[in-house]
Design a protein around this ligand. Structure first.
Ligand code: GLC
Length: 434
């Protein structure tokens, strides 16, 4: 299968920072998007959330505004999560938003509003489905301990489900204009047989699914959760979730693999009222910087409430990150990891723009004497400045008397920074290299 998505890939990697949105009727219980599985809720008992879904404050233009203010360049919305509930007016099931009291499609206004704000559009689609009558019981399923439900598997046909999956994916990739990325979630590994899947490429008919996507949207990027790792055509980027990679992942030949880490503000993806492990703006910015310093993208998640608003803590973090991005975006967009022969100084992360040949030193902890040195850059820096205010940073070679303790070599580049940390969460020095 041929890939024609190199342009989208370039743009997506340049953009580096996106917004994930997990939204569905699980926002009403407000106890994690997996609530139906975690609490083993039956269809009958889950129905009340469907019957009370009425997001009267939904204003996707406002969402797009927060996204833009944060400096995020693309967005990925859950069209359907594991509970099978659909946010658009699909022809293939009644379990959709247009049959709730709200009665209106949520996907179209989302696409229109974000596109109007200049933000690139992505869609998340769950391949797991706890509602579809032909979806067989697995370890994620809310009815996994119910003998009667399991007995019903004899009459379930995953082939019918796979066709439904393809049909729905065709709908969302046909009716909403150009879609940059589709995020499928997820193939279920089999804990008793490491490396094998309880549900994988056969159950989803992954090859046909990928074909459908690439035919309908030739430029689309597809993530790596369809159990097609060994096929070049089967995925475009890898998706480490809720943890930070120590270095850029590479393929068998040592070439970097495109990657995007998805992360939450707190422990859940869907709106979770009582979850209190919110990361600070500083932690989140460091997460973004660290990711870009290893050549990756960050997809940061918001879980809107049942009324359709962003949580006040999410707004606070988005605006906080945006304030930093206002003066520092240059060290994020179009940047990647620094060349191997430049080592990051202690407490710093480096990003590098290969086109402009500028190196960005993100200072996570301000040096006590204002002195910061980088090995491997001696004689190679044309000009240096603090990024937020374009104020010059002078070079500060080691004095002779200091050499008694520490021999600076010719390859050491030393900067003299102000003693006081500038008034930004993570200050950055911009170095213009030869
Ligand atoms: C997971 C979870 C899920 C979330 C997703 C985001 O695999 O099942 O709830 O949607 O990760 O990547």
């Amino acid at each position: 299968m041929e890939k024609k998505n190199q342009e989208t890939m370039k743009l997506w990697q340049r953009n580096r920072f996106g917004m994930f949105i997990h939204w569905g009727i699980y926002a009403l219980p407000a106890r994690h998007e997996w609530v139906k599985s975690r609490e083993q809720i039956s269809d009958a008992d889950y129905q009340k959330y469907f019957d009370h879904f009425y997001p009267d404050l939904y204003d996707p233009a406002e969402w797009a505004d927060y996204c833009k203010k944060a400096g995020m360049k693309y967005v990925v919305l859950t069209t359907k999560h594991h509970d099978g509930f659909c946010l658009w007016d699909t022809k293939l099931t009644d379990w959709k938003v247009t049959n709730t009291p709200w009665g209106k499609d949520l996907l179209r206004p989302y696409v229109d509003a974000f596109r109007a704000a200049g933000i690139r559009i992505g869609l998340y689609h769950s391949i797991i489905d706890w509602h579809h009558p032909h979806y067989t019981t697995d370890r994620t399923h809310p009815r996994r301990d119910c003998e009667e439900h399991k007995a019903g598997d004899a009459n379930r046909d995953m082939g019918i489900y796979a066709e439904y999956l393809r049909g729905q994916v065709s709908e969302i990739l046909t009716d909403y204009g150009e879609i940059d990325m589709i995020f499928f979630d997820f193939s279920i590994s089999d804990p008793d047989n490491p490396g094998k899947y309880q549900k994988g490429r056969n159950e989803w008919q992954s090859e046909k699914l990928v074909k459908t996507c690439r035919e309908l949207q030739p430029g689309i990027l597809i993530n790596d959760r369809l159990d097609l790792q060994e096929f070049d055509w089967g995925w475009d980027f890898t998706t480490p979730e809720q943890f930070m990679l120590r270095k850029c992942p590479v393929d068998g030949k040592g070439n970097p693999i495109p990657w995007e880490t998805c992360q939450t503000f707190s422990g859940a993806w869907g709106y979770h009222r009582d979850e209190n492990t919110w990361k600070s703006t500083e932690q989140l910015l460091k997460m973004l910087i660290d990711t870009v310093s290893k050549g990756g993208n960050l997809l940061l998640n918001v879980g809107p409430t049942g009324r359709g608003e962003f949580d006040y803590r999410a707004k606070d973090r988005l605006l906080g990150m945006g304030e930093w991005m206002d003066t520092h975006a240059r060290s994020i967009y179009g940047c990647t990891q620094a060349p191997d022969d430049i080592a990051a100084p202690q407490d710093c992360r480096l990003t590098w723009n290969p086109e402009t040949k500028r190196l960005y030193v993100h200072i996570f902890s301000w040096p006590p004497t204002g002195e910061l040195y980088i090995e491997g850059l001696g004689g190679k820096v044309k000009y240096a400045q603090l990024l937020h205010d374009a104020s010059e940073v002078l070079e500060n070679p080691r004095a002779k008397w200091q050499q008694k303790w520490e021999l600076a070599t010719e390859s050491t580049y030393t900067m003299k920074l102000p003693i006081r940390k500038p008034n930004c969460i993570v200050p950055v020095v911009e170095l213009f290299l030869d």
